[in-house]
Design a protein around this ligand. Structure first.
Ligand SMILES: [Zn+2]
Ligand SMILES: [Zn+2]
Length: 257
């Protein structure tokens, strides 16, 4: 049962759909934001076996992926899990949400993610979206993560705490080496102790690539006293082409200090 506040929110978007009939983000068909046939094209991550820590799918029944096995216990988040692979239809939907100003898609995606997230074994906590830096937020006008996280928190009946984490403006990461990128993101987040101390936090973001952003944000939350931080993303970028051994990101090596 969703929180009651979900219903007026849902109704609002139904009215918007009534006034401005949507077109499917996948096939362009009129009448649906994201038609059932196109939703079928999402490729969810397999439920098992997954790396116990970062949630990356494993080829065999091990407990840790090569990246986590290389440096166990170094992630600041307790566990990370993702709903689908970041490719094909999922990538198209997330890009439409992020750059295409397709705001109503947030609710549609939240319903799909909620159906999956209900099966996660994590204790409930407050939901904290990874924030945008102020300059980026001003330029885009909205945080694409919050568009999904807000209804998701209602659907899962969890408190929503967007003010728990803030992100500073920083130089563009374009052209930076890996270590520089890490240093850049590491200083980027600040958590509000009053809102997270002693609490379980579900840290949510749209896409997990190397995990550097989630790690940095989780680190700030832990430093502010969060009891546990679970990282949930709508999508996960495949690490490597078949047959290639993944290399641990430098983020992990640097995070030891
Ligand atoms: Zn479609
Ligand atoms: Zn792992």
């Amino acid at each position: 049962m969703p929180h009651w506040a979900y219903y007026p929110y849902h109704l609002f978007w139904q009215l918007v759909d009534g006034l401005f009939p949507p077109q499917c983000v996948g096939c362009g068909q009129r009448g649906a934001r994201w038609c059932p046939a196109c939703q079928q094209q999402v490729e969810p991550l397999p439920p098992a076996p997954l790396c116990a820590r970062c949630g990356y799918p494993l080829a065999t029944e091990q407990t840790a992926c090569p990246v986590c096995a290389h440096g166990p216990g170094q992630w600041a988040f307790d566990q990370a899990r993702a709903w689908a692979w970041y490719r094909g239809m999922t990538r198209r939907v997330l890009l439409a949400l992020k750059y295409g100003r397709n705001l109503a898609l947030g609710e549609t995606l939240a319903r799909r993610v909620a159906a999956w997230a209900r099966g996660l074994p994590w204790p409930k906590g407050c939901m904290v979206p990874v924030p945008l830096a102020p300059a980026r937020l001003k330029a885009r006008g909205y945080n694409q993560v919050a568009l999904v996280a807000r209804p998701l928190a209602w659907l899962l009946e969890m408190p929503y705490c967007p003010d728990a984490l803030s992100r500073r403006d920083g130089p563009s990461q374009v052209g930076m080496q890996w270590a520089q990128r890490w240093a850049n993101v590491r200083r980027a987040f600040r958590a509000v102790a009053r809102l997270v101390r002693g609490r379980v936090v579900w840290l949510v973001d749209d896409v997990m690539t190397t995990g550097a952003t989630l790690h940095a944000a989780a680190r700030a939350l832990k430093q502010a006293g969060a009891h546990a931080v679970y990282a949930l993303t709508w999508a996960r970028v495949p690490r490597h082409a078949p047959g290639r051994t993944p290399v641990p990101p430098p983020t992990l090596a640097i995070s030891r200090s």
